[in-house]
Design a protein around this ligand. Structure first.
Ligand code: IMP
Length: 423
């Protein structure tokens, strides 16, 4: 059985959590393949909003298996808080939440290192969520990391201690002011590890191979967005994992020839949280209006998100890198009431007009070239069928489909599960 992938095509916060939740009924297994608690996947149904950080967004469906893959980094402390959130709604996760033994563990000192590294960068800071993501992936690729499977071994605390000591040395080296009470952090960490160990750890790649053989349907859930990919994003203002389609293969052990549909999620406009270039960013009242109507505040950090027009140059790049087969447009409702909509179709770059994403997209190199389209007035949030779409929305969608050469199969018109229109 083939595996389908679901990915964000911009700088994250596209609404992946909602779509995984909507699609989950079609899948036996939902598997998260990269990132960690830097993500905040928001799901809304029955009037309640849930934010998931590490746990796959299929957890609210009773029959679906939710798997956390080897490509994910897990902070036991945050994880246990997520479990407590599920307990409040009596979600039975014990029988349907599995964790890869090869996933890496975020230590308290990884979080401290993240803070020290960011503080040392001054104005050049990445704008990290400070969840320890970068330092944990550094230990993974540096071959020093602690893995979930290690927690089942005797004396794992010895390895923990050696790694934590190394981190403390590095924090000293940064010579910045980072306040912490390590004893308190460690107490919380070791208690959380004991709770984590009550869950099922598995050899997840083998589990997924057998599941595929048995004809089970699998949805691989990405976190962050393609422009935050460590290789293809706006480096160094990126996260530390491969957020693009190939990350699902390495982050779960899925062979590339087993991938079928690649669902690419994008917002009808663009947002970015944290530092880094953003060619179509708006610094005026139009951007403020988008942020306000779209409630553009980070699900994890609460930071306001930067807002701007849709950037088709960047979106085409993401479609190509991921091999997107179906597009899903989110937050169309937020653009209601804008008289004119702009879409960036090219960049002016070193005196030339280009249609691809160059090495540098900082403002000193790139100026966006826009086309203008007529906006729509109608409130979309109550619409249930495509034939009720205003003409201008159809024109917007048709234009994007033509440019991107991929069908837009779903339009989301509000945060709730029910505000989802299939085309
Ligand atoms: P880190 O992954 O926490 O180190 O953050 C690196 C960059 O990625 C920062 O600009 C963050 O704001 C951004 N980032 C990380 N996770 C997310 C996410 O889930 N949504 C949006 N931006 C994110």
């Amino acid at each position: 059985m083939a595996v389908d992938l679901l990915l964000g095509l911009q700088w994250g916060d596209e609404g992946k959590g909602k779509i995984v939740d909507v699609l989950t009924q079609n899948y036996d297994i939902v598997a998260r393949f990269q990132g960690g608690p830097n993500a905040g996947h928001t799901l809304e149904f029955d009037g309640i909003k849930h934010v998931l950080r590490t746990i796959p967004s299929g957890i609210f469906h009773s029959k679906t298996i939710n798997l956390i893959g080897n490509g994910v980094v897990i902070d036991p402390v945050v994880f246990v808080k997520e479990l407590e959130g599920l307990d409040k709604f009596n979600i039975d996760y014990k029988s349907k939440l599995f964790i890869s033994r090869k996933a890496h563990v975020i230590l308290p000192t990884h979080r401290l290192l993240d803070a020290a590294s960011e503080a040392s960068k001054g104005k050049a800071k990445i704008g990290s969520t400070l969840k320890g993501i970068g330092p944990t992936y550094m230990d993974k690729t540096g071959r020093n990391g602690l893995r979930i499977g290690d927690l089942e071994m005797p004396n794992w605390e010895k390895n923990y201690r050696a790694l934590a000591e190394k981190h403390l040395g590095l924090i000293d080296f940064y010579d910045v002011d980072v306040q912490f009470d390590l004893d308190e952090m460690e107490e919380e960490f070791f208690t959380a590890v004991e709770t984590l160990k009550t869950l099922t750890f598995i050899d997840s790649e083998e589990y997924l191979h057998q599941a595929q053989k048995a004809g089970k349907s699998i949805l691989a859930e990405g976190a962050q967005g393609s422009l935050l990919d460590i290789d293809f994003g706006t480096y160094p203002f990126v996260t530390s994992s491969n957020t693009t389609a190939a990350g699902a293969c390495t982050g779960l052990g899925i062979a590339p020839n087993k991938v079928k549909e690649v669902y690419g999620i994008f917002k009808a406009y663009t947002t970015r949280v944290g530092s880094g270039p953003f060619p179509t960013e708006l610094f005026d009242q139009v951007g403020e209006k988008m942020a306000k109507i779209g409630n553009e505040f980070g699900a994890v950090t609460g930071r306001p998100r930067r807002c701007g027009w849709l950037d088709l140059v960047a979106l085409k790049y993401a479609v190509a890198v991921n091999g997107v087969t179906q597009l899903m447009m989110m937050k169309g409702d937020v653009l209601s009431g804008f008289k004119t909509l702009k879409v960036c179709t090219a960049y002016k770059y070193k005196g030339e007009t280009i249609n691809h994403l160059p090495f540098n997209i900082e403002p000193e190199y790139v100026t966006p070239v826009y086309i203008e389209m007529k906006g729509w007035k109608e409130d979309l949030t109550k619409i249930k069928e495509t034939d009720k779409f205003p003409k201008e929305l159809n024109d917007y969608i048709d234009f994007l489909e033509k440019e991107l050469e991929v069908p837009i199969k779903l339009v989301s018109v509000g945060p709730d599960r029910t505000q989802t229109i299939h085309r």
